[in-house]
Design a protein around this ligand. Sequence first.
Ligand SMILES: *Cc1c(COP(=O)(O)O)cnc(C)c1O
Length: 244
Amino acid sequence: MEQDILEQIAVVTDRIAAACKKCGRNEKEVKLLLATKTVSAEKIKIALEAGYQLIGENKIQEVKEKYEPLRHCSHTGHFIGHLQTNKVKELLKYNIKCLESLDRLELAEKLQHRLEFEDKYLDVLIQVNTSGEQSKFGVSADRAIELVQQIATLKRLRIKGLMTIGLFSAEEQKIRTCFQLLQSLSRQIAALEIEDVQMQELSMGMSNDLEIAIEQGATIVRVGTAVFGKRIFPDSYYWNESSD
Ligand SMILES: *Cc1c(COP(=O)(O)O)cnc(C)c1O
């Protein structure tokens, strides 16, 4: 098992390096985030101990279950799933560094309130629905800039960039269009020079489309299947409104 995971990670890091080379980027600009939903703490540890320490979970329940077993392994935890407003308090218990899936003002306000109470700060990415699919979370592209401006006034939240899930499609151009849209929004927002808003991170690209995302400027690619193998639950279980 250990060998498998490390070998798969090596395959992925080679893909990242090749994609960077192809478009003239420095591979150090692209971070590999391991999407660890459904993966046991034992398996995650193998990656952490080998130095791959950026991980992301989709559900609070899993963050909670793996918190104790992973506590003493150095790592950085991001939350990449849909967060229900009533789970804000829970999220802040587990030392999550960045919420990548902030997609609505109501959630941001709840976070701000709770963070003030706990005297903490949280890094966030704004999740944009770049594919326009109903089933995906994220603010619509035409409302994204406005949402960033609103969230920028909530001083406990530190906006670090944008996140998206590309279209699931066999057509490369359609996937690329999603990532181009995110990159373009990021540039537009950066140009506004909004106080306390940084556009340093573009979290996009997964097992099947990370090369395209890197060509469009991804700084974080989120990879699950290509490292840990297929999951038993369909992604709809994680990505639809009923999921939580
Ligand atoms: C599961 C997941 C990923 C990783 O997807 P793979 O196709 O398994 O690489 C990336 N981002 C999010 C938000 C996810 O839920």
